[in-house]
Ligand binder design. Sequence first.
Ligand code: 5GP
Ligand code: MN
Length: 344
Amino acid sequence: MKQLTDNAQHIVIFTHMAPDGDAMGSALALKHYIKGQSAKEQNTKEIDVIVPNAFPAFFNWMPGAKDILIYEKNSDRCNTLIAKADLFICTDFNEPKRIGSMGEKMLCNQCPKILIDHHLQGAENKEENIWAEEHVDSTASSACEIVYRLLTSEGMNEITNEIATCIYTGLMTDTGNFSYNSTNAELYEIIASLIRAGVQKDEIYNAVFNQYSTDRVRLTGYALYRKMRIYPEYHLALITLSADELDRYHYQVGDTEGLVNMPLQISDVYYSVFMREERPKPGTPKPRIRISFRSQGDRPVNIWASEVFHGGGHANASGGELFGKLEQAVQLFEKSFPLYVKKS
Ligand code: 5GP
Ligand code: MN
């Protein structure tokens, strides 16, 4: 990475739609690191993090979050930066479509592109290699773990508090506070070094998981009490929330984060699916149904997400979408689950 960043003056770091803690943490950690390196060499580079759409307010406290550019809100400025960039870094995703219409804009600029990711690569990527450098490990807990390893391999011997805080946030959120994808002992060695660098881990937990609005907690209660369907024979749960229902609880970006995991707390539920209806955007007649899939053990859901709902992801955590009515998505779900869900 060093050679490419040394040669660049206008760097744009992208991360995926609906940014989560790992997306935010990996992008911001990279920005702080490259900025620090270039300051040492008295070379002031322009480094911007651009996200396709808004991130949840519970990440506002992250170092550098206030300077993140949101494409949906500021597309003219973002387009100028994308056209001018001489290096792109993509983190926590690997398919250009995961950054929406920015993906095409990125591909129009022929400058080098670095990929940092922990997802399996989709078919789109295998056809044509657009990356000058790839730092990909689908066994890593998070993109932040890969960023940590990359920065260490580049000789980062003193990790700043800002970088450590960003990386810790991604490790924590992508492992559900170290409850999955987190059995590797090396992960805890990384955490130890982040704590030595000054990370306040309990404060980060509080900032992310204990700052909910009353509406958010009530929406969770409503979804679990009134909107969760169980298909016992298939050990499967489905929660749906329509745009009207979300309005009733004054839905804010991030308010349903983690909801899809909750049915897995039931002893014999191994699969959980959550559908959230978004109102149609101007120019798009149909609502978008955003679908999240989770499972436990040897029960992959990514093939289901990709073949039926135009998505993909990890074996146990995937996502997809459907443009149409919520009822259509439920019908498609009910028709397809017997093909993708194991009965035992
Ligand atoms: P979530 O349910 O949290 O939105 O997504 C869970 C995981 O599924 C993400 O970390 C990502 O790996 C994957 N994912 C979500 N949506 C998509 C999609 O549209 N395409 C692909 N390839 N993966 C997705
Ligand atoms: Mn991630």
